[in-house]
Design a protein around this ligand. Structure first.
Ligand SMILES: [Zn+2]
Length: 408
């Protein structure tokens, strides 16, 4: 499983004071519009917008705007911890606030490396510098898609951010849906935050509050929720409060016992005490006992074959695959999407076996391993004391997402 990349977007909730710049003729009757930006009343300055040119340095720019060389050196030294002037880059826009008189001497330099971030270097009186962000407006939006070929195609065709694809596939549903096995007409709905600066300029996606995926005709819900207010770390849970980062079930059969463990050095008397590795874990139970998928996935094999007898193999994601042998009866077909706990077959003694059991085999990155010794992804279930609050919280969100209609 890919690592979850953390993308932090700091959102400043301020009432947006940025107004469109409108030139109002200064007459006796009309007061000029007062414009505040970067923490300054722009009306008090001559405002100069420019971009860093090739081979141009900070000292030259300020020199051109009538700041003496010794003063420039003083500025560079004083602000070193906040801003390294040697790191200014060609093409980056900046704004200079200069004296309004005939000298037009620069007083403030504002470097703007992104749509959101800027650095203010103020040398009006004393010298200071700080990094800041333009206030971001957060607007809740919804989106839907129906898969024709791929998820990214369904997302991007509508002009939606590829970040939505990334979040759903690599983060929210990474553990519950195998995105390499999406089927035509699988569908999704999301409730997310679109971030804007200056009211209309989109600068990215905030959080995804809720998502719904219909995969192989099965519904998958995910709601973002902070279960632990002390850490404030959020996670995605389904409509029942199960964590999306789902652990494997401890065993594929309830009420059974392990009759033989994974053992690469197993010696069997029957084979003349030769080493005959056992790359599975055997769970003994009565014939007909249901066998469950230990995690969500897609059935990639379901057949009768030699020593395996009736068996089912499930691919969970790019990392994990499981297999269940010696069934009396199989209950799933190849291509079928299964959820953790779904019955996929029944205990039997088909193939090479001396008694009724399921031989449970576990692959990690194509290698058979002992699941009882594997460090599997852990998921913190919601505490019983938190669950009612969670269910209350998601109730209106679930109604909202259920009521979103798909747009073609
Ligand atoms: Zn076995």
């Amino acid at each position: 499983m890919k690592k979850i990349a953390l993308l932090f977007i700091i959102v400043l909730f301020t009432s947006c004071g940025d107004k469109k710049k409108v030139d109002i003729p200064e007459t006796d009757n009309a007061e000029p519009e007062i414009i505040f930006k970067y923490g300054y009343k722009l009306n008090d300055f001559t405002v100069i917008h420019d971009t860093i040119k090739k081979n141009e340095n900070f000292s030259e720019i300020l020199g051109r705007h009538h700041v003496s060389y010794p003063k420039v050196l003083e500025i560079v030294n004083k602000i070193r911890d906040t801003f390294n002037v040697r790191k200014i880059k060609v093409g980056i826009p900046y704004t200079i606030l200069a004296k309004k008189d005939s000298t037009q001497e620069a007083l403030v330099f504002i470097y703007k490396p992104s749509k959101v971030k800027y650095t203010v270097i103020d040398f009006k009186d004393s010298i200071s510098a700080f990094n800041a962000q333009i206030p971001i407006k957060v607007v809740e939006k919804t989106a839907t898609g129906i898969i024709k070929s791929s998820l990214s195609e369904a997302v991007e065709k509508q002009g939606l951010s590829p970040y939505l694809t990334y979040k759903m596939a690599d983060n929210i549903f990474a553990w519950t849906i195998d995105f390499s096995k999406l089927q035509k007409n699988d569908k999704f709905k999301v409730i997310y935050e679109q971030l804007y600066i200056n009211d209309t300029v989109p600068v990215g996606i905030g959080e995804i509050k809720a998502a719904y995926f219909e995969h192989g005709d099965k519904p998958f819900y995910a709601f973002k929720f902070v279960a632990d207010s002390t850490t404030g770390i959020s996670d995605y849970y389904d409509e029942k409060g199960n964590n999306q980062r789902r652990q494997f079930l401890k065993m594929p059969v309830q009420f059974s016992r392990i009759s033989s463990r994974y053992n690469l050095n197993r010696r069997i008397a029957f084979y003349g005490n030769k080493i005959k590795p056992h790359k599975g874990t055997d769970y003994a139970a009565a014939v007909g006992t249901p066998i469950m998928a230990t995690a969500n996935g897609t059935v990639i094999e379901s057949q009768y074959k030699g020593a395996n007898g009736n068996y089912v193999k499930i691919r969970h994601n790019s990392t994990y695959t499981t297999q269940y042998l010696h069934m009396s009866k199989r209950a799933v077909k190849v291509g079928q999407v299964v959820k953790q706990g779904d019955v996929i077959g029944y205990i039997g003694m088909t193939g090479n076996t001396s008694g009724p059991h399921v031989c449970y085999r576990f692959w990690k990155n194509g290698v058979q391993v002992d699941p009882l010794k594997e460090k599997l992804p852990t998921s913190e279930p919601l505490k019983a004391s938190i669950k009612p609050g969670y269910l209350n919280y998601i109730d209106p969100l679930k109604t909202q997402i259920d009521n979103i209609t798909y747009t073609k």
